[in-house]
Design a protein around this ligand. Structure first.
Ligand code: SF4
Length: 321
């Protein structure tokens, strides 16, 4: 468990390692094969955090949707488990439900979701529980099928769109964020355009964007030549960042005029007189302190925004308090 110094939000690990083999990633070599933690110990940890005054927990794993508990052991050995172990296994949707039910007033988040492993039942479970936040970090890395294949991401652009459509249909208010790598070996201008058009389709709430650089020990470092010139990587990265900024602003503007529940996490970085918290969608909200305190759930009317922050005024406590 990792506690934030704010005393309000904490992280609980649910899996270790990863069985995917994305060619740019070092995790499969450094963290080993995937194992899941006993759901009872996860729920116990969440209960203890609540008792200590924490109000939000993020379930953490390299690939949370791949979570599978069948009594211990590696994920890859599940096929060899007994019939009873297989029939009583706990998957990620089941785990989310267990945690959400154990602490109905606690906010539940999770990270990271891998598109190829995220299933419909996870999205449906999110819709069933008010305390599971409407936010999915859903890295895609590229919008080009050819590059996705070279990265060994085991889904296509079309399959990613299907997943996005399902999220939009089941959770209309869900925020989605991305990780993007630009300038991956052999990336053409057409591949880059595919990334921009994918972003145009999804209109992410925010994202983490990088120019490709070789990581020692990865499959890409061993097998692929880092052949995209630095100036091309830089230009493509700035096009991606500019587009993301435009979309982020479009997304934050959608909150204007709404009254949203915010969990207060601390003082605003810019003003001693303002609180800083986040709404369910994980967007930062800043508003005057008045008599509210850290760790409280407050309803805030959103009056203004930048591309990254919502500004508003508290109108009262949330019923969650
Ligand atoms: S990028 Fe994520 S899913 Fe892919 S190998 Fe690394 S940890 Fe696993």
């Amino acid at each position: 468990v990792r506690l934030n110094s704010n005393g309000v939000t904490a992280f609980v690990s649910i899996t270790r390692g990863c069985d995917n083999m994305c060619t740019f990633c070092v995790v499969p070599f450094t963290r080993g094969r995937e194992r899941s933690r006993d759901p009872h110990s996860i729920v116990n940890e969440v209960n203890e955090l609540w008792e200590k005054g924490f109000k939000e927990v993020t379930l953490l794993g390299q690939n949370v949707d791949s979570y599978l508990w069948y009594g211990g052991g590696l994920k890859k050995d599940f096929g060899a488990a007994s019939a009873i172990q297989q029939a009583t296994a706990v998957n990620f949707a089941n785990l989310l439900e267990l945690v959400a039910e154990a602490q109905p007033k606690m906010r539940i988040r999770f990270s990271t979701s891998n598109p190829q492993d995220m299933t419909l039942d996870v999205i449906e479970t999110m819709a069933m529980f008010k305390n599971i936040c409407n936010y999915i970090h859903l890295p895609v890395q590229s919008g080009s099928d050819r590059i996705l294949k070279a990265m060994n991401r085991l889904h296509t652009r079309e399959e990613y769109f299907d997943l996005i459509n399902n999220i939009r249909n089941i959770l209309p208010d869900c925020a989605i964020s991305q990780d993007m790598i630009t300038g991956f070996p052999t990336e053409t201008e057409e591949d880059h355009q595919d990334t921009l058009s994918l972003m145009e389709y999804v209109k992410y709430d925010f994202g983490f964007m990088f120019a490709y650089s070789e990581r020692p020990g990865t499959m890409a470092a061993r097998k692929l030549v880092d052949d995209i010139p630095e100036d091309v990587k830089k230009r493509r990265l700035s096009e991606i960042i500019d587009l993301q900024l435009k979309h982020s602003y479009l997304r934050t503007k959608q909150h204007l005029g709404k009254v949203e529940e915010v969990l207060i996490e601390g003082t605003s970085k810019k003003s001693e007189l303002q609180w800083r918290g986040r709404n369910s969608q994980n967007t930062v909200v800043v508003f005057p302190k008045e008599n509210y305190s850290i760790g409280e759930f407050v309803m805030v009317r959103i009056e203004n925004c930048t591309s990254a922050t919502l500004l508003g005024k508290a109108v009262g406590y949330s019923e969650n308090n």
